[in-house]
Design a binder for this molecule. Structure first.
Ligand code: ATP
Length: 235
């Protein structure tokens, strides 16, 4: 579904991605783990063309999107919940979710809203509350809910567990698993929280300094001593 081939991305003269290869197949949950500054967010942003890959190719459902304008990529049913959960702080929960729905999906609006509320009942309880006054975990749920309202075929999540309490992280990861299990939604997840993210994933990749150093089944990666030493210390 998504094939990233030899992608190099630069910030000025600095190479942040040094030839990355990643595949996400339909129906999979794929996790990319890496520490601060490894290039995880850069990879997510490169898929959307901001910044653009200087070398390599990004294929989505067989189409080369490497040089496609960002607004066209957004129409390809790829939804992103970016790091820092950019929700609209002055808008209510309902209005934020409305913003996620696209015009072509309006006839499905009520059903899609119900689906988000089933996944995150907390949002239903707070439907009229402004986004900016929600807790961090609730904002993350809202960001994912908003992404789902666009009926994506591929859901990309950048560090959904960032700064959240373990119980909330579990709720969010359970929701992702549920979406994948019941609807077959394809998920590409970028995380520092290696333990939960690899447990959830069918397959995983480890990104170090802009290059993939390891890949394999999620649970198999979790067992590898190098992964345990580097990413699960104390976890
Ligand atoms: P984190 O988990 O801390 O968000 P990350 O793996 O997402 O880290 P990136 O944000 O992709 O890492 O950053 C990769 C490298 O590129 C880092 O060295 C970072 O300093 C650099 N970088 C990121 N954005 C820019 C930018 N706009 N200009 C210059 N350098 C940048």
């Amino acid at each position: 579904m998504l094939a990233i081939r030899g992608v190099k991305t630069f910030y000025g003269n600095i190479m942040a991605l040094k030839g990355v290869d990643v595949d996400v197949h339909r129906g999979e949950i794929v996790t990319l783990i890496g520490s601060n500054g490894a290039g995880k967010s850069t990879l997510m942003m490169t898929i959307f063309g901001q910044p653009r890959a200087r070398e390599g190719q990004i294929l989505y459902e067989g189409r080369d999107i490497t040089r496609m304008p960002t607004h066209e990529i957004a129409h390809l049913k790829i939804a992103q919940s970016p790091e820092g959960r950019r929700i609209f702080p002055r808008m209510t929960v309902f209005e934020n979710l409305q913003m996620g729905a696209s015009i072509d999906n309006f006839e499905h609006f009520d059903g899609d809203l119900e689906r988000v509320f089933t996944l995150f009942p907390r949002l239903k309880e707070r439907i009229g509350q402004r986004g900016g006054t929600l807790s961090g975990g609730e904002q993350q749920m809202l960001a994912i809910g908003r992404a789902l309202m666009s009926r994506p075929r591929l859901l990309m999540l950048d560090e959904p567990s960032l700064g959240l309490a373990p119980l909330i992280v579990k709720q969010i990861f359970d929701a992702i698993r549920e979406l994948n299990r019941t609807e077959g939604l394809t998920v590409f997840l970028v995380e520092q929280n290696a333990f939960h993210a690899l447990k959830l994933a069918h397959r995983g990749y480890v990104l170090v300094n802009g290059a993939v150093t390891m890949s394999g089944a999620g649970r198999e990666l979790l067992e590898r001593p190098e992964v345990r030493a580097a990413y699960l210390e104390g976890g």
